[in-house]
Design a binder for this molecule. Structure first.
Ligand SMILES: Nc1ncnc2c1ncn2[C@@H]1O[C@H](COP(=O)(O)OP(=O)(O)OP(=O)(O)O)[C@@H](O)[C@H]1O
Length: 364
């Protein structure tokens, strides 16, 4: 039995565009293991939706191979493709529910198509609505539900035929943050309790941080970074990944903010990256050990895969030699950035922080 749920090998998909052919997916190779929650993150036009449509065989590649649960989709007959699609659940940003059908009617629809008898269908629908917390809404219509409830109906419908793989394409992008959290918790339960492999397509780093085990960063139809979510976000190698982190964290002071900090704080100003590295002394303890006074003047820390990540900006006061010593100490394990009297970044000799370059997984 294969342990790989989705395998893409050198897959290319080209569309005709106004300015010539567009390589929506460009020589992409990727393996998604059974049982994992895998995130695909990228800006608009990166090729995320095309990738999803290749995985559920709504598009066929121009070259390369797509294998889902051991079955090659590129060499399959139309009948085999239909069969493969029933093993894949799909949830959408706009829910795609039938307004004229009740909640139960929406959830039971795939079972009706699959020819389930009415009694079994009703039992299964009741079980699914119970699982997603909507047992009391069976007879309501989608228009009577909130966005989060609609997405739960969409999820129950996607799970109806017990797929081994669930594709969630921007499934929370239309929801507010609190509802997003509820839907992500439900997806997590689907993964842990039902053992369903989940592929989450999103442009929101927070969704990946909260839910996914591994992430691929897509740009120009290619995977430009790939690995454990914490590793990718804590030691980003590419600009596009750094931009995602910046949009989610807002932890690093902009030049304007540094200039304001400079005016307010006479001491030396330094930004220190916060990473979860085992066995490392807390920052405050390091400052204390060196006899340096440090006050936080800016910063932000979030959780990525339940581990802290972010940066803090300190004003440091005390003896100059001691401050230099603590910065040397810190630069061996973190990224640090000091600013000059006008608030411009100062260059320091670059040390190799712990964890940087330690990522094993290659990007093809
Ligand atoms: N059916 C199509 N015909 C022509 N061009 C297409 C088609 N589908 C996608 N493209 C082009 O391929 C590229 C990748 O599109 P895709 O929709 O996969 O990106 P995306 O990352 O999902 O973007 P978004 O987040 O905006 O949906 C874009 O340049 C897009 O214009």
């Amino acid at each position: 039995m294969t342990t790989t749920m989705v395998s893409l090998r050198d897959v290319t998909k080209v569309f005709p565009g106004k300015q010539g052919p567009v390589r929506a997916v460009d020589g992409l190779s990727l393996d998604i293991a059974k049982g994992e929650v895998f995130g695909v993150i990228g800006y608009s036009g990166a090729g995320k939706s095309t990738l999803v449509r290749l995985i559920n065989a709504l598009e066929l590649p121009d070259s390369g191979d797509v294998v889902v649960d051991g079955r090659s989709l590129t060499r399959a007959s139309e009948r085999e493709l239909r069969q493969a699609r029933t093993g894949i659940g799909f949830i959408f940003q706009q829910f795609n529910l039938w307004r004229s059908r009740t909640v139960a009617g929406n959830v039971g629809y795939p079972l009706r198509v699959a020819g389930w008898p009415r009694r079994r269908r009703e039992e299964r629908v009741a079980e699914l609505l119970d699982f997603v917390g909507l047992a009391d809404k069976a007879r309501q219509y989608p228009d009577q539900l909130s966005g989060g409830q609609k997405q739960r109906v969409g999820i129950a419908r996607a799970l109806a035929t017990s797929p081994a793989l669930l594709l969630a394409d921007e499934a929370t992008s239309a929801l507010d943050p609190e509802t997003t959290r509820d839907v992500l918790d439900l997806l997590r339960r689907i993964n842990t309790e039902l053992g369903v492999t989940i592929v989450v397509i999103t442009h929101e780093m927070s969704v990946v941080s909260y839910l996914c085990d591994r992430v691929a960063v897509l740009e120009g139809g290619k995977v430009v970074e790939l690995g454990d979510v914490y590793d990718v976000f804590s030691t980003p190698q590419r600009d596009v990944t750094r931009r995602f982190i910046g949009t989610a964290l807002h932890d690093r002071p902009s030049p304007d903010v540094v200039a304001r900090l400079r005016r307010r704080h006479p001491g030396r100003i330094v930004t220190v990256t916060v990473r979860d590295v085992e066995g490392q002394a807390p920052l405050t303890e390091t400052f204390r050990t060196h006899g340096v006074d440090a006050s936080v003047v800016y910063g932000g820390i979030t959780e990525v895969n339940s581990r802290p990540l972010g940066s803090l900006t300190f004003e440091l006061a005390g003896d100059a030699d001691r401050i230099d010593a603590v910065l040397d100490d810190l630069s061996a394990r973190s990224d640090i950035q000091e600013y000059d009297g006008d608030g411009r970044p100062l260059r320091r000799p670059v040390a190799s922080p712990a964890g940087v370059g330690a990522r094993q997984e290659g990007v093809r």
